[in-house]
Each structure stands twice: as C-alpha cells, then as structure tokens.
Design a protein around this ligand. Structure first.
Ligand SMILES: [Zn+2]
Length: 188
C-alpha cells in the first residue's frame, strides 16, 4: 500500500512568501499525498555537523538555507542535495498541507481541498526557543510573525510579550535603555 500520488499535482514558480514556491497545478482533493520530501538519510551526529557548518556559513554570508527534516530519533533527511522539489514548499501559519512520516519516508499531504494555482504550504514545526532566527512572511491572517510549531504558539506569545515589555521599559529609561536592540540569539 504505497502512498504515492496518482498524478503530478504541483509546479514550481516564484512565490510572494519567499523566493520560489510550490503551487497546485490542478485542483487537489483533501487528504492526499501531494509530493514526497526526498533526500539523503543521515544520522543525528551528521545532521548536527551539517547544521553547525550552516550556522558558521550564515554568520559569514548572512544566509544559509536548512533543508534537514527530522525523520525519527536516530535519523534525519537532508533534502538540500539532489532532486527534491518539495524543498521549495514555503512555511505558513495557516498551511494547506502537512508533512507525515510513513514507513521512513516523508510525505506532504493536503489538509483540505486546494484550488489550482494556490501555493502549497506546511508548518515547518520549528522550536519556539529559536523563534527570532526565523521570521515568517506568510502574510495570512493567522500569521504569528515567526516560523514556530503551532503547538508552541502560546510559548512564543509569552516570549514576544516579554520582548515588548522590555522594549517599553527601555523607552521609559527604566532598565538602562537600549533593550530594543538587544535581541538574544539562541543556539547560534
Ligand atoms: Zn506566518
């Protein structure tokens, strides 16, 4: 019983969210596998090594795209190399797709019926602890401003409220000032 799509549902073109995106080339029914996220299967140790190298690169060049997808407790999938059009799917705070892991493979499923021409999106599921490293430009009404797993939105909100409170105190000169520009970068 393979979840392979019965037809090619997608096409790649320029996106208003970010760079290139993946779009529905025809109407897509709800709850079907739209595209597989393929890549190299790597151990967590290798994944960490590549992640560290990317952080190093981004500090030098200001940009580095991460295409590592968590597969299970021991392995990840690095979709950066080779043919993996699913890597162009952008994040959204109101996504129309979701990633599922089925027997060691990653499938992007439609969450609802999708009209031809709509951009395909899913929630990248990033951790709230690294929120300020990943601003979101999905432009939806539900946008929380950062790429964070929906389950962790309450945690993100608390962090944002704290930043806002700190900024207000800074403006009033109650905490020595300057706190608005003093954003901590965790994990970098
Ligand atoms: Zn958003």
């Amino acid at each position: 019983m393979s979840p392979a799509p019965t037809k090619r549902y997608w096409t790649i073109r320029a996106s208003s969210i970010h760079n290139r995106g993946v779009f529905a080339r025809c109407d897509i029914p709800e709850d079907v596998p739209v595209i597989e996220y393929v890549g190299e299967r790597i151990t967590k140790a290798e994944s960490k090594r590549r992640g560290d190298a990317l952080i190093h690169k981004s500090k030098k060049t200001g940009c580095a795209a991460v295409y590592v997808f968590t597969l299970n407790q021991r392995h990840d999938i690095d979709g950066a190399k080779g043919r993996n059009p699913a890597r162009y799917i952008n994040h959204s705070c109101a996504p129309n797709c979701e990633a599922f892991i089925i027997r060691g493979r990653i499938w992007i499923y439609s969450l609802r019926p999708i009209k031809a021409g709509e951009e395909l999106t899913y929630n990248y599921g990033f951790d709230a602890d690294t929120w300020d490293e990943h601003p979101c430009r999905c432009g939806t009404e539900r946008c929380v401003g950062f790429i964070v797993e929906e389950k962790q939105w309450p945690k993100l909100l608390k962090k944002l409220q704290k930043v806002e409170a700190d900024a207000k105190l800074g403006k009033l000169g109650l905490n020595g000032g300057g706190s608005t520009s003093r954003r901590k970068k965790k994990g970098a």
